[in-house]
Design a protein around this ligand. Sequence first.
Ligand code: SF4
Length: 86
Amino acid sequence: MTTVSEKEVQALYAKLQKDAEASGYHLNPDREFVLALVEGLLLNKERYGYMLCPCRMGEGVREKDRDIICPCDYRDADLDEYGQCY
Ligand code: SF4
């Protein structure tokens, strides 16, 4: 069974927060929502070896999922159209 620790989730959240702000992006202000996504990213990293978007169904093969590894290829277009990513 795949599991991640609270410490790992908090550490990645802090890194993503820092990276996002440094790049002119902002994480969703709903921290609990983002923490759940971060946990999903870590679980996918354990399962597949890369951070497949937790909101999407991937193939489980890096080459086929390259467009939906976070941050995905669709992020900026989604931000422009919807003000947030998928
Ligand atoms: S940037 Fe893309 S891959 Fe990352 S959480 Fe948003 S929709 Fe998913």
